[in-house]
Design a protein around this ligand. Structure first.
Ligand code: PMP
Length: 411
């Protein structure tokens, strides 16, 4: 028999709640499970966060031309491991224009295969075996998997309903000699919270005082609504010594399948992450990198249009969920609304989601799939995540089905 529980794959799967200890097998991720349940029930799927509609045609055209036109853009062969120079420059320029950051594109920007690879490389670079990795809960599922893969233990502090503000003192109080990293995510998936500059500053200062690396996942940076504003971690005083920012083109351009991400930070920290990344994928597809560089240089108004549309879809879904008897919170950013199901059912959220797909025809994700086991789990277990990055007609159909079928799902 294989040493299952100690093998990296089993640790990673267990860290993301996808390991079935009874059978010793890895289950699909919660997103794949929800997609499958929704598909087999013919449900409107508000589970996984991907848009119904692809991002800009001109951007897709740029990628297509880079592949088929020998005189346009890069070749189709391996790009440099650290990423195409044109994309690293575009990332540096984007960070300078938007946030006033100064980054050397040759040493302080590294391209990754989606933010997912950036997250993996950062955690494997800094989370030493036996150490603790601190994060807020619920978390993006790869954090748990990668901390486990690194042999580290995930220590979490809950973001509490209904406002989901990061309790900074609670996080800082959990820093110990064993802490190797803090994983932040702002704008936050799934709560939609946007951390303030002041909150980030306090966390970074505490991390610096304890020699702890801060990884900040900022993939929703372009999807912030209303008066809220995104602060990249690297804009915070002192961050250059301890922090790495991660972002990606997927959410920014509604092209989640493209998997082009980047890691930014001091030359020293980025170099450490590069040490891992070069043996994960080595390099990513040049055509997508080439196109993303053009989009970052000039988004042709897409960021604003997309944000405005998403905000109106958020409002539509929030009112639809409330009308169906759920208690949604209004997210400041991102793709998702969390809704408390206590008003309609006593069922645990995972069971409710299965019934919601089968009996009401709407796919959604239980927040419990994005949490661990501790005292806040019961509270978080009342929450279901619905994606609003869908077409208006999809959302209207989901809302109709919810209003008609929620009683059947709740029973
Ligand atoms: N971080 C967060 C918080 C996300 O929600 C996602 C995508 N769902 C990712 C990272 C992964 O980004 P990418 O597709 O670029 O790998």
């Amino acid at each position: 028999m294989w040493p299952m529980l100690n093998s990296p794959w089993a640790r990673a799967a267990a860290g993301a709640n996808t390991f079935d200890a009874d059978s010793g097998t890895v289950l699909p991720t919660v997103y794949e499970r929800t997609n499958a349940a929704a598909a087999s029930a013919g449900a409107v799927n508000l589970g996984q966060g991907f848009p119904d509609r692809d991002g800009p045609q001109w951007l897709r055209q740029a990628a297509a031309e880079a592949i088929t036109e020998p005189d346009v853009g890069p070749t189709n062969q391996y790009s440099p491991g650290i990423g195409l120079p044109v994309l690293r420059q575009a990332v540096a320029d984007h960070q300078a224009r938007r946030y006033g950051l100064t980054l050397d594109p040759d040493t302080q920007v590294m391209v990754t295969t989606g933010a997912t690879e950036g997250i993996a490389a950062c955690i494997l670079a800094f989370a030493s075996p036996g150490s603790e990795v601190l994060t807020y809960e619920p978390w993006y599922d790869s954090y748990g998997a990668l901390a486990a893969l690194a042999g580290a233990q995930l220590v979490t502090v809950p973001l509490r309903a209904p406002v989901f503000r990061p309790e900074v003192e609670a996080l800082i109080s959990r820093i110990s000699e064993r802490t190797s990293m803090i994983l932040l995510n702002t704008p936050h998936n799934p709560t939609g919270s946007v951390f303030t500059a002041e909150e980030l500053e306090r966390i970074v200062a505490a991390a610096a005082a304890h020699d702890v690396v801060v990884m900040c996942d900022e993939v929703y940076e372009h999807l912030v609504f209303g008066e809220s504003a995104h602060t990249p971690v690297l804009a915070v005083p002192g961050a250059e010594k301890v922090a790495l920012g991660i972002s990606s083109a997927g959410k920014a351009f509604s092209l989640t399948g493209w998997k082009v991400g980047w890691v930014t930070g001091s030359a020293e920290l980025v170099n450490r992450v590069r040490g891992v990344k070069q043996f994960l994928t080595f390099t990513s597809g040049p055509a997508y990198q080439w196109a993303v560089a053009q989009g970052l240089d000039d988004d042709r108004g897409f960021f604003d249009e997309n944000r405005a549309e998403l905000e109106s879809h958020r409002d539509l879904l929030v009112s639809g969920l409330a009308a169906a008897g759920l208690e949604p919170t209004v997210p400041q950013a991102g793709y998702f609304v969390l809704a408390d199901i206590s008003g309609v059912t006593d069922l645990p959220a995972d069971e409710f989601c299965l019934r919601l797909a089968a009996r009401a025809g709407v796919g959604a994700i239980p927040v419990s799939a994005l949490t661990g086991q501790h005292e806040a789990s019961a509270e978080l277990d009342r929450l279901v995540r619905f994606a609003f990055c869908k077409d208006r007609s999809t959302l209207e159909q989901a809302i109709r089905r919810l209003s008609e079928g929620i009683g059947r799902a709740a029973a």
